[in-house]
Design a protein around this ligand. Structure first.
Ligand code: RNT
Ligand code: ZN
Length: 421
């Protein structure tokens, strides 16, 4: 479509939304203000750069062997540069501790420091890209039992406590220089294939480990801490120490952010519904946007009903300073840059769609108890011209609209990715 026709379509869309009582310009500027944190680990199947080829542990699994995954931090940054050039809006980058550039001698996970991430910092600083961070409590010999911070052996716990302490220090360092608090999210694999006798024992140990980790206080302007629970994992089917309830209780009592990963609940459980139930009680929430297909399969996010509903609740909450949005999925079966771009754009579309809902009318119907009016608005919502507004958003950020991002990625695949053997 020509630029002129696209603009006409946008003008018509604006009118249509105005007829519904929705201000499109307000929605566009709100969307432009919401950062999405891209997960570095989609670029290399959660491999990291600790040694030549790490084996993924902790019950995480990436399927697919599409050619061209990043083999070095430099390659990963090149790939991210391309992805970012095709995603409109504000962004952040989410690093995992295994993505440091450690040189020939790794200091040990319990001793990593700011220097190991100096190049990431420099690169991100130049483009004004705030960094987020994650301790990596998996893919390591000390995590082979499937237990880390809740391990019965104090020496194992010590090692992982020290790792997370080191990670928070790295994260706070990021926050200090980037003038935006770095989010340090903690997920651990701890769990069991079969039910233990002493569930409470594992949880008490985890609670103690966490309390020790969080003893060091950092200014809010530098660091945000969040904790991510899970329903089950490969090898932790019967028992997960850090369940959602455990961390919800911990987050409320210790004033931490709670991370909700869309793949970490029973398939029919609504994460959207949890947002308004938790936000009054926790300092804030983190959403890990993912798409579970039959299980926690970490598929690339698409604009599904689940995404629409979660985005709807986020827009209703309008607590953007207390909510961090991040992507978390890993698919090795397709072009990995495409996976980033498709997922990020899908989340942004979900947010835009939510920002364009006729909330005033819906609320009015709520108040009147007019169920038919409310349902009719919801029923009609998918017919509204969201696409024309999305295209305009892309145009304003000078990124391709529609599927226009495919071509540049293909070219890069031919010229760069296919040569990585
Ligand atoms: C695992 C959690 C966690 C990880 C990343 C790599 O189930 O979702 O967030 O995906 O830390
Ligand atoms: Zn997650």
């Amino acid at each position: 479509m020509s630029d002129e026709r696209a603009r006409e379509a946008f003008e018509i869309a604006k009118e249509t939304y105005a007829g519904e009582g929705v201000d499109v310009e307000n929605a566009l500027s709100a969307l432009a203000d919401i950062p999405i944190s891209l997960h570095c680990w989609q670029g290399d199947d959660v491999g990291g750069f600790e040694q030549a080829a790490g084996t993924l542990g902790g019950g995480l699994a990436v399927t697919g062997a599409y050619p061209g995954k990043a083999r070095t931090a430099g390659e990963l940054r090149d790939d991210l540069d391309l992805a970012f050039s095709l995603i409109p809006g504000r962004r952040r980058l989410n690093l995992h501790a295994i993505y440091g550039e450690f040189g020939p001698k790794h200091p040990g996970r319990d001793r990593i420091g700011a220097a190991d991430f100096a190049r990431w910092r420099e690169w991100a600083g130049k483009k004004n890209l705030p960094l987020d961070f994650n301790a990596t409590c998996f893919s390591h010999p000390m995590a082979e039992s499937g237990l880390t911070l809740s391990h019965p052996d104090p020496a194992v716990r010590r090692f992982w406590i020290d790792h997370v302490i080191a990670c928070r220090e790295v994260a706070a360092g990021f926050g200090r220089t980037q003038k935006s608090p770095c989010l340090h999210n903690l997920w651990i694999p701890d769990g069991m294939k079969e039910t233990p006798a002493d569930r409470a024992g594992f949880r008490t140990r985890l609670e103690k480990s966490l309390d020790e980790i969080y003893q060091t206080a950092y200014p809010d302007a530098e660091l945000r801490d969040s904790l991510e629970g899970k329903l089950f994992g490969l090898g932790s089917e019967a028992f997960v120490v850090g369940s959602n309830e455990f961390y919800a209780g911990y987050a409320v009592s210790r004033r931490k952010f709670l991370c909700l990963d869309l793949g970490h609940f029973h398939p029919t459980e609504s994460v959207a519904d949890k947002i308004s139930a938790l936000l009054p009680f926790v300092p804030g929430l983190v959403i890990h946007f993912s798409r579970g297909l039959r299980w926690d399969s970490d598929h690339v996010v698409l604009l599904t009903d689940e995404i629409s509903e979660v985005c709807g609740e986020l827009v209703r909450a309008a607590a953007w300073d207390r909510v961090n949005l991040a992507l978390d999925y890993f698919d090795g079966s397709l072009n990995r840059i495409g996976a980033w771009v498709i997922g990020a754009r899908a989340v942004l579309k979900g947010l835009l769609q939510a920002l364009l809902q006729p909330w005033a009318r819906l609320e009015e119907a709520d108040r009147r108890g007019d169920g038919m009016a409310r349902l009719s608005i919801r029923e009609n919502a998918p017919m509204l011209p969201l696409g024309a507004v999305w295209d305009e958003f892309c145009r304003r950020f000078e990124v391709p609209a529609g599927t226009g991002f495919v071509e540049p990625i293909r070219r890069y695949e031919d010229e760069v990715l296919r040569r990585r053997v």
